[in-house]
Ligand binder design. Sequence first.
Ligand code: NAI
Length: 687
Amino acid sequence: MTVTIAREGAIAVVTIDNPPVNALSKALRQALIEAVATLDADEAVKLVVLLCAGRTFIAGADVSEFGKPPEPPHLPDVVARIEGAGKPWVAAIHGSALGGGLEVALGCAYRVAVRSANLGLPEVKLGLIPGAGGTVRLPRLIGAPAAVELITSGNPIDARKATALGLVDLVVDGDLRQATIAFAEEAVGKPRPQRISDRSVAAVEDGFWDDMEKVVAGSAKREIAPVRATASVRMASEADFATAMAFEGETFLELRGSAQAAALRHVFFAERAAPRPPELASVAPRDIRSAAVIGGGTMGAGIAAALRDAGLPVVLVERDGTVVERGLANVRSIFEASAKRGRITPEVAAERIAGVIGIDDYGSLADTDLVVEAVFEDLSIKRAVFAKLSEVCRPDAVLTTNTSYLDPDQISQGLSNPERFLGLHFFSPAHIMKLLEIVPTETTAPEVLATGFALARLLGKIPVRAGICDGFIGNRILKVTRAQSERLLLSGAKPSAVDAAMRAFGLPMGPFEAQDLGGLDIAGFQRKAARERGEVSFAPVGDRLCAIERFGQKSGGGWYDYRPGDRAPQLSDAVAAIIAEEAHGQAQLAWDEASIADAIILPMVNEAARILDEGVAVRAADIDLVKIHGYGFPRWRGGPMHYAEARGLAEVVALLDGLSTPGLADPPCARLRLAAERGGFSALAGM
Ligand code: NAI
């Protein structure tokens, strides 16, 4: 880390060089305070430009200091020193000014940014609020409504929007250093803008805060940080600067020690680690410059769109000409919908659509680097596809299957060069969902596995390595969720009570509502296939609903009844009667929300422990990522494994023992018991 000072006439340029992202380490905080003192003492200096080397302005706090007691100098003091300096400072922003980086920029008298810069306060995403004056200075600069929006969403804005809000004084094209020095030279001799801490917040309309608090609490679901951030901005608007700073500081410290912040930090680190697993660190992936997708249905079209979003040219192969057109139409509608929502411009949409070529033969795949198969979930159809790919593709082309439940080892049988084969399990909608389960077979070469991770990085997905078993990691745990939900029904809980309890736990939807939305038939087929393989699958009520073709919303009824044209679930007498029959006089218990959630979540943890034991997942944190990014598990709970550890594995084991005695769940597996004894899953890593 270096902080250097150069002089250009009356302008001093302070350059921070703290790779990779100029994070605000203790050493940097110290150096900034020293720079203020040095430059204040220098008579010749009239203004100071604060610039960063490398790819970005100060992109935030130093992650290695996360969760540790803060060491002086504290950032609020650094910002106060810059703001209080005798010479006005000008922040010259490129890349990202995030979190503490933006707070430093708010201490400056002016902010200049390149057009491509991003500015934001993402602290809520880590269960925190800005702690160095962000909630206090920002509303003084841009007004409370815009400040609440920026701080509670945690999403950055671009330089253009920042200028419109008054957060940035000048957007520049070309050389940032030169442009900012020129800006500073013009400012010499002009009156210094009033320090932000001396300003007051523009008045808001009557009722603004009451409305805002309701809106934020609603959209935050049960996350506390956005709610507390709103309170902090409100305090900043209604109290003097010092009182508001003290309030912000107290809130920040309280949240930093909270369970939600610990969970969100856990997820943050798991997400950072996932794209580059240490065991593949020395393995070079193969180059992927072109891709083909076989099958243009729901998944194939979404995967093609994801590949296009990453800039790859895509060939889409379907069975015949008519279905090719349908596949291309599926892709087109994805991009048109994105353009309609304003996510991309119509020109970009057109360019992405034009980059997909539809064909019904395999002839043009001779030079394709990567193929993703997404045809019907049928072993013989998939094998026939790979037999053709064997003939036409280069021997080093990476060939992958998006199967949900089939065994990739079986799909790849007979394939030439089977070391290039890999399972890539995308989630629907594939261009949106972040999770990618990467499933190597017995013969997959390490560099092909590494290519799966490289592809995930290219697509901006969260990759998790999964071993082969029925449902890999995510769908295997989903089966337990569903089985437990049915056990609850047979022991006295109503479907609506189960759904409500899981929503209260933080899931976007309960298990029965979700099945009615997605359709009960696919899981029904899978259970049938599993039973044909000699496996046991528990879904007594679900099977009866499938038998009478109650497949969910699409058939007018499933776990609930639906009135025509209305998606609101209505309690179903028919379903209640089936539940009563299947309960066979089983004891009916009084379930409350907490005990329902325990009866579903803790068996998921038990299954996850088995998954770890079998090596189907490499790390407990990977399972958390799967459930968060593929199945809506609340991020602020850290995923099921973090949740179980935070709750205490000994308690989890005791509760599972209690559920298993009357047959309401499996007993805790050996791995879970051992993890409880040793103090956590990570204590068993490598066992
Ligand atoms: P889909 O039925 O929507 O699409 C399958 C497409 O494959 C159809 O357009 C069909 O014409 C085409 N096709 C069939 N045989 C072909 C062949 N020999 N050559 C070229 N195209 C052929 O099915 P969906 O939902 O897209 O599923 C595809 C695969 O993805 C399945 O293996 C499924 O298990 C898996 N999957 C599905 C998910 C979902 O949520 N729908 C999630 C993750 C994986």
